[in-house]
Design a protein around this ligand. Structure first.
Ligand code: MRU
Length: 363
């Protein structure tokens, strides 16, 4: 069964030395087209993050870290002196960190990578900066593979046989490894468990239908796609034994922001006595925020709702409400699955105990 996993391409890759470029698998073109987009400047990386060519909280963090190397490569090309090169990288870093507001992984990864150039002497050249930033980005990327594997193992142990409902895409495409919630599902499958995945299509951008179903079909795992509005009927008729989703930001109290529609599934799961799990690495926790009400929720263009996949579905003149994420309160989450283990019950004390006082165990 594992033989299928090698067919899932990586979500992004660095090409060349420290003056090289970032290749992003263009997820807006999937599943029909497997196309790579070469990003030679920071504007291209920012555009790719904003337009969801690369998406998913861990993957945009990794893209942001590599984006800093692209910034340093710009400084090399432009022949900037040491101080100008450093100022350039810092300014471009802020642009990258702000490209999307909800996933805390993006700013976390950018700040962690920038932290590696702080101790370098003021005389460090643009190339010195690029070399240090590439090492930092590679470390974040490599670690994410390990985190995903650990989350997959911990999550698989929680999942029962039977129907598993998931939302959006939390697989290899959304991370630097095998995924978070989807890694739990694929790991359980690889362990020989009898699982059938139900993937919400995930309107308006169809990450569930286009990306999750594509990953699962590639792996030979049975998957059924449903319109988001069918989840209530599915749960009420006993066909779902557990729900598992990812997260873009989790507060100190355990409230979790994730793709729009997640909250509705959590409410439905509670109403029907079905466990609802949220899987995410420690870099998705933001312990500076107590309540989910304080998580910034990205609002996206009306066209995504009014003309899904480019096809007009509403009259011109109609307005659209298009929040990209919603918040599920900790009280509706059965357990959080992190690389350090399972947090259950979801309380501030259990989160602090598992993650440590700083929230993120990884440096
Ligand atoms: O807007 P997207 O597609 O980036 O939203 C992604 C999600 O909501 C995922 O569930 C989350 O980032 C976790 S990915 C492992």
């Amino acid at each position: 069964m594992n033989s299928h996993s090698s067919t899932i391409p990586v979500s992004l890759r660095w090409v060349g030395d420290a003056a090289g470029h970032l290749d992003i698998l263009d997820q807006t073109r999937l599943p029909a087209h497997l196309e790579w987009r070469a990003c030679h400047d920071v504007d291209a990386v920012v555009e790719a993050i904003k337009s969801l060519r690369v998406r998913g909280a861990p993957a945009i963090g990794i893209a942001g870290a590599y984006g800093l190397v692209v910034a340093a490569a710009e400084a090399i090309r432009d022949g900037l002196a040491s101080d100008a090169a450093r100022a350039h990288v810092l300014a471009r870093g802020e642009l990258l960190a702000c490209a999307r507001p909800t996933a805390v992984n993006l700013r976390w990864a950018v700040e962690r990578a920038l932290g590696t150039i702080t101790p370098l002497p003021p005389t460090a050249s643009a190339r010195d900066l690029a070399v240090a930033l590439l090492a930092a980005a590679r470390a974040i990327h490599d670690e994410d593979r390990e985190l995903c594997a650990a989350i997959g193992r911990h999550g698989a142990a929680l999942l029962p046989d039977g129907g598993i409902l998931t939302h959006c895409n939390t697989g290899a495409l959304a991370t630097g490894g095998a995924g978070t919630a989807l890694a739990a599902i694929t790991t359980a499958w690889e362990q020989g468990r009898k699982i059938h995945v139900f993937a919400d299509e995930t309107r308006p951008l169809f990450q569930g239908a286009r990306l999750t179903a594509w990953e699962l079909v590639q792996r030979g795992i049975p998957v059924t796609v449903l319109v988001d509005a069918a989840a209530g009927h599915l749960l009420s008729t006993g066909r779902v034994q557990a729900c598992i989703v990812g997260a873009d930001r989790i507060t100190a109290a355990g409230d979790a922001a994730n793709k729009i529609g997640t909250y509705a599934i959590a409410v439905l799961a509670r109403a029907h006595g079905v466990p609802f799990y949220v899987a995410a690495p420690s870099s998705t926790f933001d312990l500076s925020i107590e309540s989910g009400a304080d998580i910034p929720i990205e609002e996206r263009a009306a066209a995504e709702v009014l003309a899904p996949l480019g096809v007009a579905a509403a009259p011109s003149g109609a307005a659209a409400f298009n929040p990209a994420f919603d918040v599920t309160p900790a009280s509706l989450i059965t357990a959080l699955v992190t690389e350090h283990g399972v947090i259950q019950p979801v309380t501030r004390d259990r989160i602090a105990a598992v993650l440590g006082p700083g929230g993120r165990v990884t440096p």
